[in-house]
Design a protein around this ligand. Structure first.
Ligand SMILES: [Zn+2]
Length: 286
C-alpha cells in the first residue's frame, strides 16, 4: 500500500516536472515570437521614418502667392557660340548659370512660368526663366551639357520649319533634351517671318501649325510662343489666344510682368562680353 502511494507521488512529480518544462518552453518560444515581431515592428517604424525624411527632402515647397504683381526676368539667349552680337560663348553661358545659382535663383520651366504668371505665385522669391530662341544645334552640344551639370532649366523657342536645316536641332535631340525634364520647348513659329507683315490667314498658319507640330512631335501642350524678331501686331495677340497659347514673349527689354499683357511679355537680352556683375544687374533690374 505504502509502495503504491510512493509510486503515485513519484508519478505526480514526474508529470508536474514535465508540464512545467513544457510551459517554460512555450513561454520561452512566446517571448521569442514577441521579440521577433517587435524587431519587425521596429524595422517597419525605422523604414517609415526614413520614408518620411526622404519625402520631406524631395517634396517641393509650396508656391507663395503674392498680393503685388510678380516680376520675372525672362533671359533671352540665341546661339551658344561666338561670332556676332547674338551669340553668347559657352564659357560666358556657364559663368552666368553659376552666377545665377550662387545668387540663389530658381530656374523655371515653361509650365512653371505659365503657372507663375497666371496665378501670381512663385516657387521661390528669386526666379529666372532662361529662354533660347531659334533652336540652334549648339543649344544641344554647348548649352545642354552646362544646364545638365548645374541642373538648371531652360526653354528653347523652336522654328518648326527649320527641322531639316543644318545647324538646327533635330527632333531626336529635342526629345532627348526634353526627357531630362530640364529643357522645355516653345514655339517660334514655322518660318521665322515678321508676323506684323503677314495677313491674318498666314499669321494663323505660322502660329497654329508650329503649335500642332510641337504638340504632336513632343507629345506636349505647347503653351508659349516667342515672336520672331519680337514683331507682332494687335491681330497676332488675338490669334495666339485663339491658338491656345498661354504666354507670348517679345524682345522688348525689361522684367516681365502682368501689366504688359500675358501675350506681350518683356525679356532681358543677354549679349556677349557681359561681366558677371553686369549680367546680375540685368537679371535683377531688366
Ligand atoms: Zn528668332
Amino acid at each position: 500500500m505504502k509502495k503504491r502511494v510512493l509510486l503515485g507521488i513519484a508519478w505526480g512529480f514526474m508529470i508536474l516536472f514535465l508540464v512545467s518544462c513544457h510551459s517554460e518552453k512555450t513561454a520561452k518560444s512566446n517571448r521569442q515570437t514577441i521579440r521577433i515581431s517587435q524587431t519587425k515592428k521596429d524595422k517597419k517604424v525605422t523604414k517609415n521614418k526614413i520614408a518620411t525624411v526622404k519625402n520631406k527632402k524631395t517634396q517641393a515647397k509650396p508656391w507663395k502667392y503674392y498680393q503685388q504683381p510678380i516680376k520675372i526676368p525672362i533671359l533671352m539667349y540665341h546661339s551658344i557660340s561666338s561670332g556676332n552680337s547674338l551669340r553668347v560663348p559657352p564659357a560666358q553661358f556657364a559663368a552666368e548659370i553659376v552666377a545665377l545659382k550662387q545668387a540663389g535663383y530658381y530656374s523655371l520651366s515653361a509650365t512653371e512660368a505659365v503657372k507663375a504668371f497666371t496665378t501670381n505665385s512663385l516657387p521661390q522669391a528669386k526666379c529666372v526663366w532662361i529662354t533660347l530662341d531659334d533652336g540652334y544645334s549648339d543649344n544641344y552640344s554647348a548649352a545642354f551639357p552646362i544646364l545638365k551639370k548645374y541642373h538648371y532649366k531652360a526653354t528653347i523657342n523652336y522654328i518648326t520649319g527649320f527641322e531639316q536645316r543644318n545647324g538646327y536641332l533635330t527632333v531626336e535631340q529635342m526629345k532627348q533634351m526634353r526627357a531630362t525634364g530640364l529643357i522645355s520647348f516653345a514655339s517660334h513659329t514655322v518660318d521665322h517671318l515678321d508676323l506684323n507683315e503677314l495677313p491674318a490667314k498666314q499669321q494663323w498658319q505660322e502660329l497654329d501649325n508650329a503649335k500642332q507640330t510641337l504638340d504632336s512631335q513632343l507629345n506636349q501642350n505647347t503653351q508659349v510662343i516667342a515672336y520672331p524678331a519680337g514683331r507682332y501686331d494687335q491681330q497676332t495677340l488675338q490669334l495666339v489666344k485663339k491658338c491656345n497659347y498661354q504666354l507670348g514673349l517679345t524682345t522688348h527689354p525689361g522684367l516681365a510682368q502682368k501689366s504688359q499683357g500675358f501675350y506681350s511679355l518683356d525679356r532681358v537680352r543677354i549679349t556677349p562680353g557681359l561681366s558677371t556683375e553686369q549680367f546680375l544687374f540685368l537679371v535683377k533690374n531688366g
